[in-house]
Structures are given as structure tokens and as C-alpha cells.
Design a protein around this ligand. Sequence first.
Ligand code: ADP
Ligand code: MG
Length: 698
Amino acid sequence: MPHILETSIEFLKGVGPQRAELLRNELGIYNYQDLLEHYPYRYIDRSSYTSVLDLPNAENHVQVKGWIESIKEVGVGRAKKLLARFRDKTGAIDLIWFQGGNWIKAQLQVNVAYQLFGKPKLYGNSWNIPHPELTPLAEVQRHTGFQPLYPSTEKLSAKGLHSRGLEKLIHTLLQQIVGKIEDPFAHWMIQSHKFVGKEEAVFRIHQPNNLREIEGARFRLKFEEMFFLQLELLIKKGKNEKESKGHVFETTGEFFNAFYSLHMPFELTNAQKRVIKEIRKDLGSGKHMNRLVQGDVGSGKTLVALLCMLIANGNGFQAALMAPTEILAIQHYEGIKALLGGLSVGIHLLTGSTKKSDRNIIHKALENGTCQLLIGTHALLEDPVQFHNLGLVVIDEQHRFGVAQRARMRAKNAIAPHILIMTATPIPRTLAMTFYGDLDVSVIDELPPGRKPISTIHRYESHRLALLGFMKKEIDKGRQVYVVFPLIKESESMDFHNLMDGFEAISRYFPMPHYQVSIVHGKLKPEVKDYEMQRFVRGETHIMVATTVIEVGVNVPNASVMVIESAERFGLSQLHQLRGRVGRGAEKSYCILMTGDALSKESKKRMDTMVETQDGFEISEVDLQLRGPGDLMGTQQSGALQFKIVNLAKDGQIIQLARNTVQELIAKDYALEQAEHQRIKIVLHSLLANKPNWGKIA
Ligand code: ADP
Ligand code: MG
């Protein structure tokens, strides 16, 4: 027999077919359970009264007891409004109605005690309360608790299902299900976290009496939501480790060893060593590796990738490195080729613009195994590419790679190649635990020695002349300068215009032939882009005017100044990435954020954060707080971020706690066979049945 919570919402008293359809379409509420999980976003304290004197300090809605002293209409025609003077023992305040004045005036009585409910606003320099609710005190039912506010929509409100209407429905529902909510958690879990029980949490979240009850209920329900997500991820991870076999790389092999002893350009940092060790362990284990390496810009991920690929080669396997852009692929190819020196490793570059004839040669070399190291863009994923025995895939800057692409890469061989994902956009721990919860994560948390901090300066438009003078001084000292403009799809033509204007202005200030200015943007043909890029890399041009195509990867140690135009239009992580283009050489480097004079509070916070810190993890935390997880991870994955009560930006500790508890549970009873874990199993299965896409995230 289906559980009462599975009853269609249509059958709840007060709903019916019409409202049911609206609830489904507008809020995704199909059954009783969905309605129960439609949680309040805020509460109003109905248990206490504020005095008129204290109103200016109130941040939200307030309740006041008092009486109306006088009522009058002011203004004429459309500007007509109703004003009432409301008083208690401590003082008086104006109530104001912009509409419906006549009707309200007829209802209100002077010198009768009322309960007032509303939100004080400051108009000019006096406080008043627009459109308050007034209830004669004699008619007030004693409210002792907190009134929940529910999210609703215009269409629902039009049918009486505004917050109050939803509150009534939920009240009806709660009365029907008393005693029928089972707690999925085992006794030991409830004990160790001192939770309130499930039923109590459900009642308290909707009908709390005080703040403590709200907190307790929220904690319990957030924990539960995260618990089941982590359970799903960790079971998947366990399954992957148990069931999917991986190639075994038994030794480090001749290539690794030869490179390590003869070609290493510098001593590895401790963080690099640690991460390579972690990867080595995976590769030798017989399990299929799925590892994410996070490391700030410039932390030396390429070298780590190369060493791991050489291990694959040394064990008789091919390895591939995928980059998100052509420029980056080329730079990896050239950089790695130079690093390898005389080492006889068959290495090829394959991108969208590889000539057909070369392409055929590369395909052959891949099929017969003479190409051991393939570097490229997602052209690597095109169908005709067949490997002889692909053992390891490194995905650089995975942020730009879709989930589907990763899946395709895995599907290319009978035994899936090991996968190593590299990202320079540090992901806050909470997001990593949620998005990559079934991956292993390594962190390169140390920069190679000798890096000088980059001076970051925020300048307003009015300082432009000083900026140009500064650029000139640096260029005359022999440095190179980036100037980056935003180019964002929706406003592309205007952005493009600004870019070209900026380029012209710079070219005028830095005239040829003494100064050389390059420009690179997405509309250029790849050959032209590459040519200009190479000129800058070789030091033939002094200034590189560009859009964010240069965001990832390019390495020009002599470039010491990064100017970011309209910096307020970039996200924090992107600004941090851009800044990482400089500070790679011996010279003192600068990042200058140019913004318009009027900045929103949020933009100002972003600029300040950039000026204050260079720690990518710290920056990504602020970014998460400011923009929310959806924007941070890209729209592609934001569907997976629809939580009912958890807020990824704020609930990091609860997420960690849930993950730890899941680990404890799995260690006790991996298959969830014990009697006290049966309810967990049932809930998990029903969640999986309703969310077929969860499994595809990583
Ligand atoms: P990212 O992590 O951003 O991909 P790269 O791999 O491009 O960083 O490395 C940035 C720079 O640091 C490169 O010039 C690289 O040669 C250098 N580098 C990497 N590892 C070390 C090290 N252990 N010591 C000194 N320099 C290093
Ligand atoms: Mg890199």
C-alpha cells in the first residue's frame, strides 16, 4: 500500500484539480510529501510586540499594539493617499495607503485598540508603515509562535495560494499525518548528532514556537538532505572502486625515471610530490582512477600531468591531454615537447585546425601505438580517433568540459582509461564534496618558490591617464602588458565595439613603430590569433589587447602588468584567473582593475577581495557567497543544485558532517543490510528512482 505521503496533492482538502495543476506547474508539488518539503524561507515573530519607539530599528515585519488617533486623505486624483496616525504609549507613526483608501477608511475606527502588522519604511527622513495589516485587538487570536513565509508565485497568489494560503494547506496536511512520519535514521545516528526526530522536525519547520525550534528543525532537515546525496555519491564511488577495473601501472617505468633524473627543470614542490604520490597509488591499485587535482594558477599542474603520463607510457600505455582551447593545447604541446628534450616519446598535437593529411598520419600513429602522448582539444573526442591502448586521460581546466564529454572519453576503450582532471579554479570544499563527491580530490596547495606577490590595484575611470603613464614606464623598462576586455555573448556587438575602441586608444598612445600592439579576440581566424599570440610570447609586441581567450594557460613570463577593463563585469574567479597570467617571471608584477566610477556593493566587494587576497580558495569562497553555486559551476550543472533546504554557500559544516556520517555508516554496513538501516535503504531507492540524473554528475 502506498504511503500516505505519496497521495496526490489534488486530494488534500482545499486543493482540488485546478489548484493541484497550478501547484504542479508552478512549484513542482505533486504529492503530500512535496508539499511538506515546501519549506518556509523566513519567519515572522508573532510572539512578541515592538513599541513604536523601537520601530526604526526593526529590520523586518513587526507587530505593534496601539490605537489610531486620526485619519485623513491627502493629495488629489491618482496621487491621493490615506494617512492614519497610529500611537502607543511610546510614540506615534504614520500609516499610509496608496490604494484602496476609501474602503480602508470605512473599516477603521479611531481610538479602538488594534494589533498592527507591517514593515516600517523610511521616506525622506520620517518613518512610516505602508499598507499595514490591522486587526482589532479584541479579534486577535493569540499567536504564540512564528509565522512562516513560503515562496509562492503570481499565478498561485491569484488563486489564493500566497504564503498564507500555502500555510493553511500545510496546516491541514500536518493534522492528517500526525504519527505517520517515520524516521529513516538509525538510533545511533540520531544519538550521535542529538537530532530532533523526523516528525518533530517536520512539524517545527512549519509551525515553530521559537527560534530554537527553527534551528533544530533546519539542522535536522538539512543534514538529512545532504546525507542522502552523500550516500548516493559515496556508494557510487565505492561501486566504481569495487567493480570497474582499471589498468595496473606497476612501475614508474623508463620514461618517468629517465625524465626525473635527466630532464627535470627544477625540484618538485612538496605539494607536487604529494599529489604525484597519491596518483601513483591509484594507478598501481588495479582500481579505476577518477581524480581531481585542484591547484591555483601557476602551482605547476602541467608538470604533474606530464609525469603521470610518462608513467602510463612506461607501462606500455598511451596517454592523452585535453585542453579547453586551441592556444592552450598548442602551448602544452610545445612546452611538453621542450621539456622532454631528447627523450624518445612519440608525441602529437591534434586540434580542430589540424590539416587533413596530418590528421590521417596521427590517426594511424594512434592506432598502431607509435603515438604515445596525444595533446589536443576536444577534437580528441571525434569519432575516428581510435587509440591502440589508451591508459590515462588528463583533462586540463575541466571547468569548460561537459559531463557528456568526460563520459565519451571514458567510453573509448573496453577498460576505461584512468582519468585525471586538473582545475585552476579552486572549488570551495562544499562544492567539491557535492559535485565531485564520487571523485578523489588532490590539492596542490603550494606555489613554486620565488613567486613574488602581485600588487593588485583598483582604479576608477578617472585615473586612466595615470594608468597609461604607468604602462609606458613598465614597457620602457622592457616589460610586456596585457589589457583584457570583457566580451560576453548577450552584449557582444557593444563589447566588441568597446574592445576595438580600446585598442585604437592604446595604439594612439603607444604609436608604431616604437611600440607594437597585438590584438586577439574570438572573431579572428585561429591562424591570425595564433600568430598574434606567438608574437607576444616571443616578445615582439609590447601590449596584448585581448578578450578572455587568454584566460587559461598562456605563459609569458616577461609580461608583468595585467590591466582588466570593466573589471566589475567579471566574476571573481575569472579575475583571479586573469591575474594569474602575470607574476610568472622574475619581475615585480601588477594587476590593475579598471572600473566605472559607480559600483554596486557587490562589485565593490569583488574588487576589494581581489586587492586583499591572492589565495584562490579564499576567493572562490567569496565568489560562492556572492554569486551562489549555480553561477560558479556553470549553468550546465546548476540543475543538480536545486536543494530543498540546504544552502551550499552557507551549510558547509553540515555537508561535512553528513559526509562523515555516511562514511561511518558505509564502514559499518556497506550493503545496508542491517535491520536498523532498512529505512535508509528505502528512502535512497525512492530518491534514485525520482532523480535519474544524479548519477551522471561526475
Ligand atoms: P598551472 O598549475 O597554472 O597549470 P603551470 O604548470 O603552467 O601551472 O606552471 C606554472 C609555471 O611554474 C611554469 O612556468 C612551470 O614551468 C613552473 N613550475 C612548475 N613546477 C615548478 C617547480 N616545482 N619549481 C619551479 N617552477 C615550477
Ligand atoms: Mg595549466
